[in-house]
Write a protein that binds this ligand. Structure first.
Ligand code: S3P
Length: 181
């Protein structure tokens, strides 16, 4: 892969809750020798509160403003794999920050797969009232146009983490060849 590509572009993972952004991101960063940054984890560390607590005590608007501020700060960096929260794409500012900073990769999973993966989760405030197939389908449909801004979309259903990482690596390797053609 070309040095130019490797030194200038970040890789930003977007997608619905439970699509594996953090797990895939961590392994991808390891493979590329990039730093891995999970925006939600950074927010949790800085606020010293769980995502749930932030939503309950300070509200979603506060969380979204933090999300934008942290994303803006982080995307100044280079050679990063960045995992974003499922709702980060809702903001036009965030979408444009991501597109400018690198390759945007959307991880996909069907509503039943998301529901199964998050069945035991307790830190997704937007799914606190239920993780039914219908609730997930509605949220996914509302966000579809925003996830579709990605440069590539990878369906994670039936794939293990290595398969997904390989698919991302294949894509960025092709991109780097095109850039240098
Ligand atoms: C959210 C997704 C969560 C977290 C917050 C809001 C969303 O991140 O940012 O609960 O709006 O979809 P994950 O996608 O990592 O679960």
């Amino acid at each position: 892969m070309s040095e130019k590509y490797l030194n200038s572009r970040n890789i930003i993972l977007i997608g619905f809750m439970g699509t594996g952004k953090s797990t895939v991101g961590r392994l991808l960063a390891e493979r590329l020798n990039y730093c891995f940054i999970d925006i939600d984890a950074l927010i949790v560390a800085r606020e010293a509160s769980s995502i749930n607590e932030i939503f309950v005590k300070k509200g979603e608007v506060y969380f979204r403003s933090l999300e934008t501020a942290v994303l803006k700060e982080v995307l100044q960096g280079k050679r990063l794999v960045v995992s974003t929260g499922g709702g980060a794409v809702l903001s036009e500012t965030n979408r444009s920050l991501m597109k400018q900073s690198g390759s945007v990769i959307n991880l996909l999973a069907s509503p039943d797969v998301v529901a199964a993966r998050l069945a035991k989760d307790t830190d997704r405030p937007l799914l606190r009232d239920g993780k039914s197939f219908e609730r997930i389908t509605t949220l996914l449909a509302d966000r579809e146009a925003f996830y579709a801004i990605a440069d590539i979309r990878i369906d994670t259903t039936g794939k293990n983490v290595e398969d997904v990482v390989d698919a991302v690596l294949a894509y960025i390797s092709q991109e780097s060849c095109i850039e240098n053609a």
